[in-house]
Design a protein around this ligand. Sequence first.
Ligand code: SF4
Length: 379
Amino acid sequence: MKYVDEFRDGALARRIGDNIATEVDPSRDYSFMEFCGGHTHAIARYGVADLLPPNLRMIHGPGCPVCVLPIGRVDMALRLALDRGVMLCTYGDVMRVPASDGLSLIRAKALGADIRMVYSPLDALKLAGANPGRDVVFFAIGFETTTPPTALAIRQAERDGLENFSVLCSHVLTPAAITHILESPEVHDFRTVPIDGFVGPAHVSIVIGSRPYEGFAATYRKPVVIAGFEPLDVMQAILMLVRQVNDGRAEVENEFTRAVTRDGNARAQAMTADVLEVRETFEWRGLGQVPASALMIRERYAAFDAEKRFELNYRAVADHKQCECGAILRGVKRPTECKLFGNVCTPDTPMGSCMVSSEGACAAHYSYGRFRDIPVVAA
Ligand code: SF4
């Protein structure tokens, strides 16, 4: 398949791996964070880590949209479906995220709640049109990639005069999260998590462009290389990061030139800005409250805001005591350092959000067997 097969060439991957091994300085360590769950998935699936020298470590970041969703937001959706009788629509991965009281959306569906899996907010819009007597709520999650379709659906609902459609908006922003990580004590004081640079998101950057990363690359002196999701993209980005570090540069470079430009998709940005605005603060699983890191629906479209329509209040809920998702999302721990990994917690029985989506660090490690160092823990 064009643009896929040529980026999965094993011989080429080994050649890039050899270049990386030749160019790394053996007297120092390198640590790069892949922000995106898509990169985490590619690294685990294609064994990218096996091609890297031992003094180069990849750290998983918080860029898996399902993983960063705090329990409190899933609880809000659950209450709408269980107590308020709405038809709740959302993406498939969200359905299995563990919430309060041993519930998840899929368990609530088994209890009789009307919860539907959809592929896009426009599917939810169709359901609202077909069920005029029901309140239909789309539980919107994700980074800048999935935000424009939500904005489009809200505008379409207004145009169609759909009064029974609303959105529980939980969209989050990438640059704010990266800044938060760079400001965290673990990274800022260079103690537990030394980060020398970032592999920047692919799909998010198609929408927002590479420009938003320029500020913190300069301010924090951290190189960023935006990369596609195929294994050769990731390998090439790592080589570009090694070269920047060796040269003492901290620039934004774009490996994913076949899709990402400096300014991104202006139409998608304008549509998003028309419908959504930045929230003062938002809780991320693992990162806690992060200022200006999420979006909410503008007053002009308040009729489509489920939080306002159903007078919902957010209540923070702590994660499962033994789940290390928070530490993993901050890059402080690896999945194999969680005592529940692979025994109590598996993709079939996820105890935390990082085991739910294929983009989650725990699911990626589990699915592709990258856990040879797993400690033996009694279930
Ligand atoms: S293995 Fe399961 S319980 Fe442990 S950190 Fe990952 S998701 Fe949480």
